[in-house]
Design a protein. Structure first.
Length: 142
């Protein structure tokens, strides 16, 4: 679970609670741009069948905003704002992790059944990535 106090100095990171329309048949969550996802959704991608021990990510974005949801299973996000690293475990399909610009992220500890879905505010654009950690730290100082 997220320790919100731990994230108080993380202005570009926030947990978003999604209302579940569940009933006796099961659960259902609707995601709508602007309404419960705070940007226009241009892209959705998802990671699954992630191999044991894998860490992915190792980048920040210059402008992209994203909401990550473990729709199945669990994984861990390491978030880094250049000053402090925090771990955020995603294990609840009713919660989204909003990550805005200039947050370094690494994802690990994927459960074998994890399906990690990401909603993104922009189309895929390699030029928006900062994949070099030193470059990321320098950008924080600007
Ligand atoms: P990559 O950036 O390595 O994923 P991660 O940061 O999670 O480790 O992406 C893996 C591959 O998928 C890479 O070749 C780029 C491609 N890709 C797309 O084509 N579109 C996308 O929206 C994303 C996120 C990745």
């Amino acid at each position: 679970m997220v320790d919100k106090n731990n994230m108080s100095d993380y202005p570009n990171v926030q947990m978003v609670d999604f209302k579940s329309c569940g009933d006796e048949r099961g659960s259902l969550i609707a995601l709508e741009q602007i309404k419960n996802v705070p940007f226009d959704i241009k892209r959705v991608y998802y990671m699954f069948d992630t191999k044991e021990g894998v860490t992915r990510g190792f980048h920040a974005h210059k402008a992209l905003k994203q909401v990550a949801i473990a729709v199945k299973g669990s994984c861990n996000f390491v978030l880094d704002n250049g000053k402090k690293r925090v771990n955020v475990k995603l294990d609840d399909p009713c919660k989204g992790l909003l990550i805005e610009e200039f947050i370094w992220r690494e994802m690990n500890q994927f459960s074998p059944d994890c399906v990690l879905m990401v909603l993104a505010s922009e189309y895929y654009d390699e030029s928006d990535y900062v994949r070099d950690y030193d470059e990321f730290l320098k950008a924080q100082l600007k």
